[in-house]
Design a protein around this ligand. Structure first.
Ligand code: SAM
Length: 304
């Protein structure tokens, strides 16, 4: 294992081990303490957060090659599934507002909350939408336009499952996620769930962030040098990165029989960061090529 200070590593291990037990036996308390999102940990205003979700929405359609003016037509009568919306189902709201018939969200943890901050975010988002789209968004709430009344499940539906799986068969036209697949506890089960939930002609699109999520100590990739047993003793109940690299994504996608329409990197690691950890990599990563190790953030678009 890569180290520059053994005593520091022992302390890191024990702290993470104890918090993993908190996450195991008191998951709600753990979530309250950590409050993880895909947006990093900078302080953010409601407008910043709303902008993040607008960007997510735009990027999905950019990647799908659908221009801004055709999104409404594309989404009409479509059923959308989002894995891991975090605490604000804002992308789900945008998908519904732009024309989707219904959006289902599925998460491993019960995170969605209509706190006053989250309602403020949704209000910023709504106020930035063109009239026609904002009016449709208002119907997504139990009381039209009253954000605190909660989501009308005919429009936006939220499922929580211990493994974050939908269990739905042949229903969805579009399946999305962002900053989620790197957290799932069983990536092959999630890909099987995606395949099962997609309609025959459906499309599935995901942005995946394989960076350390702040869990490196001295150099960006040293989190890949913790032996598997130690890593899972520290993080197995927290929903933090499962550490699978691009090679496993290809393998699982192939195994479940999904077809790759495109897979493209957004961010690659620097060679010097790979060289720094190469001799110390944990067993599952030892035989991965430098090129595969370099994929840090990427998009994948899939079909059945
Ligand atoms: C980093 S957050 C990303 C939230 C949101 N997509 C965003 O971009 O801000 C990761 C999300 O994935 C969820 N998650 C973790 N494991 C999951 C699983 N097995 N299935 C579905 N969601 C999962 C987390 O609970 C959380 O909602």
């Amino acid at each position: 294992m890569y180290s520059e200070n053994r005593i520091n590593d022992v302390i890191v291990f024990f702290k993470a081990f104890v918090s993993n037990q908190i996450a195991r036996f008191a998951p709600r308390l753990y979530l309250k303490l950590t409050h993880e999102t895909g947006r990093g940990d900078r302080p953010e205003s409601a407008w910043d957060i709303a902008d993040y979700f607008r960007k997510c929405m735009e990027e999905y359609f950019e990647q799908l090659g659908i221009d801004h003016g055709s999104i409404g037509e594309y989404l009409q009568n479509k059923y959308v599934l989002e894995y891991g919306p975090g605490d604000i189902p804002a992308v789900a709201l945008l998908m519904y507002a732009c024309g989707a018939e219904q959006v289902t969200c599925v998460d491993r943890f019960l995170l969605v909350s209509l706190s006053s901050k989250n309602i403020e975010v949704l209000a910023c988002l709504l106020s930035s939408l063109p009239d026609r789209i904002r009016k449709r968004a208002e119907f997504a709430f139990n009381v039209k336009g009253d954000l605190s009344s909660g989501f009308n499940t005919r429009c936006i539906n939220y499922l929580v499952d211990p493994n974050g799986l939908s269990g739905v068969i042949d229903k969805f036209d579009l399946i999305i996620s962002r900053a989620v697949l790197e957290h799932v506890n069983s990536l092959d089960d999630t890909f099987s769930d995606i395949k099962q939930a997609l309609k025959q002609e459906g499309i599935s699109i995901h942005q995946i962030d394989l960076r350390s999520h702040g869990l490196h100590r001295y150099t960006p990739l040293d989190f890949l040098t913790w032996p598997t047993l130690l890593w899972s003793s520290m993080y197995s109940h927290k929903g933090v990165p499962n550490r699978w690299r691009i090679d496993k994504y290809r393998e699982f996608i192939d195994e479940v029989g999904l077809k790759v329409i495109k897979m493209n990197p957004v961010l690659l690691a620097e060679q010097k960061d790979i060289d720094a950890v190469r001799p110390y990599l944990a067993t599952p990563f030892r035989n991965i090529s430098d090129e595969d190790l370099s994929w840090m953030i990427f998009w994948v678009v899939l079909r059945k």
